[in-house]
Design a protein around this ligand. Structure first.
Ligand SMILES: O=c1ccn([C@@H]2O[C@H](COP(=O)(O)O)[C@@H](O)[C@H]2O)c(=O)[nH]1
Length: 237
């Protein structure tokens, strides 16, 4: 799978997203989240693929197994390269998600890769313990969800850079560690709590980084992307 930084296209509508992408090369990896998908529907994925972009469709499904299975059967034909669920939905739900994707993938076609969100990068350990009543460390909770996702034969997880190393030790280097919460040094964290730079992500075992506002809100988005890609390749800071 494409390992270039994944740009989070958190835009209000298709025109804004496509106009933002004009300076970017075909082959760039982009992420369509709830905001854009709920506005534009599957057509946005179709347009991005038509222009040569790789697409992570970040809808974070979380429902009963039967519903997630049917939803994944539908999503399989939308054209995304990568889709996801919440690991908190449980192993039966993750099994069902994979089954649905397999059913929906055309004969001879490639099934999208599927990963599970562990603990959102906007969550702190204190908040997890207080609000979710999980009394382990955040690292152990993320690791537990990663093992569950691997047992369900998912391709990897969404986690923060801070947990990527322990997941690699337990689940292996091939298991995807897709890490949002990326910021350049001295940038505002906004609502993110577990953040790291692209260079730290590289050192700590992420397989992919997801970057939104550091690129989309930069004065020169292409230059910001190139600097992030440079650090991510291990070429700086
Ligand atoms: O745990 C998670 C899961 C998904 N995200 C998504 O990644 C981007 C991050 O955007 P920034 O602007 O770089 O903060 C955003 O689309 C989230 O929905 C995440 O941040 N954390």
């Amino acid at each position: 799978m494409n390992t270039s930084p994944i740009i989070a296209l958190d835009f209000e509508h298709q025109e804004a997203a496509l106009s933002f992408l004009k300076p970017f090369e075909s082959g760039t990896f982009v992420k369509v989240g709830m905001q854009l998908f709920y506005k534009e529907g599957p057509a946005i994925v179709y347009h991005l693929k038509e222009q040569g972009f790789d697409v992570f469709l970040d809808l974070k499904l979380h429902d009963i197994p039967n519903t997630v299975k049917s939803a994944m059967t539908s999503l399989a034909s939308v054209g995304a390269d990568l889709v996801n669920v919440h690991a908190a939905g449980g192993s039966f739900m993750m099994d069902a998600a994979l089954e649905g994707l397999d059913i929906g993938t055309a004969a001879g076609g490639t099934r999208p890769s599927i990963i599970a969100v562990t603990q959102l990068t906007s969550t702190t350990e204190e908040q997890m313990q207080r609000e979710q009543l999980i009394q382990t460390s955040l690292n152990d909770s993320v690791l537990h969800y990663a093992k569950l996702a691997q047992t369900s034969k998912l391709d990897g997880v969404v986690c923060s850079v801070l947990e990527a190393g322990s997941i690699a030790e337990v689940c292996g280097n091939e298991f995807l560690k897709v890490t949002p919460g990326i910021r350049l040094a001295n940038e505002a964290a906004h609502d993110q709590k577990r953040i790291a730079t692209p260079a730290e992500a590289k050192k700590m075992g992420s397989t992919h980084i997801v970057v939104g506002r550091s690129i989309t809100e930069a004065a020169d988005p292409l230059a910001a992307y190139q600097e992030i890609a440079r650090q991510w390749k291990g070429l700086g800071k």
